[in-house]
Design a protein around this ligand. Structure first.
Ligand SMILES: CC(C)(COP(=O)(O)OP(=O)(O)OC[C@H]1O[C@@H](n2cnc3c(N)ncnc32)[C@H](O)[C@@H]1OP(=O)(O)O)[C@@H](O)C(=O)NCCC(=O)NCCS
Length: 167
């Protein structure tokens, strides 16, 4: 997709109807990893006020971000999942989605944003670093795929990088 076509992409709040369209695509967007279970419908029922969908000029979803304000850590926003269609990558859409979420958080007085990713997902690690996130380092972390990460963070074998940045 050209930069001009990417410029025609608009961001809006998701609704429940977006779930089916997105969940059917994300395994492909994640390079064949089976990740659709990570995006249940509840995200499009209960978190739409702090989430975003990007759609092209024909109304087709080409990106999304689902996140929320932490109920237990009121100064913290959390990005659960974000992705863009491979045909529109490296055109700044991921950045636009994150910046909209940052604006949502600033409006709510949030001063810190966290996000978790798999250390072997080098694109995600590079993207988060480019977006100003730093991996949590220190006790409990190991260097995994070149990034400080927590082994077995979510389950045995489910290692995670815990990224955060101040707003
Ligand atoms: C990660 C992802 C959301 C990035 O989306 P995107 O629309 O390509 O992001 P942008 O175009 O806004 O990129 C912003 C910056 O991130 C960095 N970046 C993005 N993709 C990168 C890559 N493949 N390699 C290295 N750096 C990359 C670059 O610094 C880029 O800026 P630049 O293009 O000016 O150099 C997208 O690749 C994706 O959906 N991947 C699969 C799903 C996933 O891993 N999601 C994240 C974990 S939930």
């Amino acid at each position: 997709m050209t930069g001009q076509a990417a410029a025609g992409i608009r961001l809006r709040r998701p609704d429940e109807a977006d779930h089916a369209a997105l969940v059917s695509q994300i395994d492909e967007w994640w390079g064949g990893r089976k990740l659709h279970w990570y995006l249940p419908r509840l995200w499009f029922q209960h978190f739409t006020g702090t989430s975003w969908v990007a759609e092209d000029e024909s109304g087709r979803p080409v990106g999304f971000l689902v996140g929320f304000v932490s109920p237990d850590q009121p100064g913290v926003g959390y990005i659960h999942m974000a992705g863009t269609d491979p045909n529109v990558r490296r055109t700044g859409l991921g950045r636009r989605l994150y910046e909209r979420f940052f604006d949502d958080m600033r409006e709510r007085g949030i001063r810190r944003v966290t996000a978790v990713t798999w250390p072997g997902n080098r694109t995600s690690v590079a993207f988060h670093r480019a977006m100003g996130f730093e991996p949590t380092d220190g006790a409990g972390t190991q260097n995994l795929y070149g990034t400080p990460a927590y082994p077995d963070y979510d389950a045995e074998g489910d290692d995670r990088v815990v990224f955060s940045r101040d707003l």
